[in-house]
Ligand binder design. Structure first.
Ligand SMILES: *Cc1c(COP(=O)(O)O)cnc(C)c1O
Length: 384
């Protein structure tokens, strides 16, 4: 350790929401712990409220929600899906599982989102969909992307794992695609360990989405009394989480505003207090274009090069601060080269930023002293 008296500031620590432990106990005592119990309904209603989505289906993960979206698009082997290289592997894996080909396009140097100017050149007669990821919850250029998709008859899916509560031109993220996916992994703004949701905005997909989530059966309609028995009617899997997880999620979603206001306070403190240090060292802070309201999902810095990034992470670690890098490019990963291909022009920006990016601790219970410790640790690093 560099100095005595310093506490360790972890990269992430889960927040326990006001009613979380009570709701968990209620779910267990209620003796109905399987999926689609009362808490699942409550959590889904809260999600629809936040995102404006027509339908919200809780799932076991965002990864599984992405797999459901690939099933719902009826993708066939050889179909192509344009997506960023700078994302979590599940974004690509879900489509590769259907035999579809992820086509990795580069990101914008400012927001690190899929660069809308590169999409058209990546479209072929096999292209079926565009998957966008709102990195750090800062919206992709949905006007341009929606226009292109309409012109070429392509589906848009939002991997909205970072974007819950974010907006683009006053419209909630998760409401733009025919489908959107959410994650409630412990590292996300709202969490219950491992779960997710599929948001369905296209009405024609709603009924089949329920079937796919329930092992390919019409069990959801059976429980609503719309059919007198349920049968196997389509392919699907078991994508519904236990109502115990939904109980935890309900409490978290009910505390959404409190969680968000604390996350925003931390984000804004970093942004203000690190501005002069960043400018003098050639370090880039996050860019938030006009029309984007982000949900303070993560705070990142772009160091000048890999050498500085590694030295910076080590410098923070010596001062008790756990900071971490993020996505490694998918287009050059072992599975990415096997199952996908790169869009024309390759992904030079992705390769560059993946080496330079660092994420700082950001969670609702990050106290003022810990925040000051992080800021001091960052500011004491001299770019070499
Ligand atoms: C976290 C994350 C996922 C995966 O979420 P899980 O719920 O862990 O499956 C997918 N995409 C992005 C962009 C993510 O950040």
């Amino acid at each position: 350790m560099h100095a005595t008296g310093l506490t360790a500031v972890p990269f992430n620590r889960t927040h326990i929401a006001e009613n979380e432990l009570d709701y968990l106990a209620d779910a267990v005592r209620g003796r109905s712990t399987c999926g689609d119990g009362p808490f699942t309904g409550r959590a889904a209603a809260l999600l629809r409220e936040i995102t404006g989505a027509r339908q919200a289906l809780l799932t076991t993960s965002c990864t599984h929600a992405l797999e459901m979206s690939a099933l719902l698009l009826d993708l066939r082997p050889g179909d192509e899906v344009i997506m960023p290289s700078f994302t979590f592997m599940s974004t690509a894996n879900a489509f590769a599982l259907r035999g579809a080909v992820p086509v990795f396009a580069d990101c914008r140097p400012d927001t690190l989102n899929l660069d809308e100017r590169l999409i058209e050149a990546a479209i072929t007669d096999r292209t079926r969909a565009i998957v966008v990821v709102h990195y750090a919850g800062v919206a992709c250029a949905m006007d341009a992307i929606g226009g292109l998709a309409a012109r070429y008859g392509l589906a848009v899916v939002e991997d909205n794992a970072h974007g819950l509560g974010g907006h683009y031109r006053d419209r909630p993220l998760g409401s733009f695609g025919c489908m959107a996916t959410q994650s409630f992994h412990e590292t996300k703004n709202i969490q219950c360990g491992e779960a997710g949701a599929l948001l369905v905005n296209a009405p024609e997909l709603a009924e089949r989405a329920e079937v796919i989530r329930e092992k390919g059966t019409d069990r959801s309609r059976f429980f609503r009394g719309q059919v007198d028995k349920y049968r196997w009617i389509d392919i699907g899997s078991s994508y519904l989480p236990s109502d115990v997880l939904a109980a935890q999620l309900t409490a978290q979603l009910e505390s959404f505003e409190r969680i968000q206001s604390r996350r925003h306070a931390v984000w804004s403190a970093y942004h203000a207090w690190l501005a002069d240090w960043a400018a003098s060292g050639g370090v880039a802070q996050p860019a938030v274009p006009d029309g984007c309201e982000h949900p303070a999902h993560l705070y990142y810095l772009l160091l000048p090069d890999l050498h500085n990034r590694q030295a910076f992470i080590a410098h923070l670690a010596e001062r008790g601060v756990q900071a971490t890098f993020h996505y490694q490019p998918l287009h050059s990963s072992p599975a990415g080269t096997r199952y996908g291909r790169r869009a024309p022009g390759g992904c030079p920006v992705t390769e560059d930023v993946a080496d330079r990016l660092v994420r700082l601790p950001l969670f609702p219970d990050l106290g003022e002293e810990d925040l000051a410790q992080v800021i001091d640790a960052v500011r004491s690093y001299e770019v070499i």
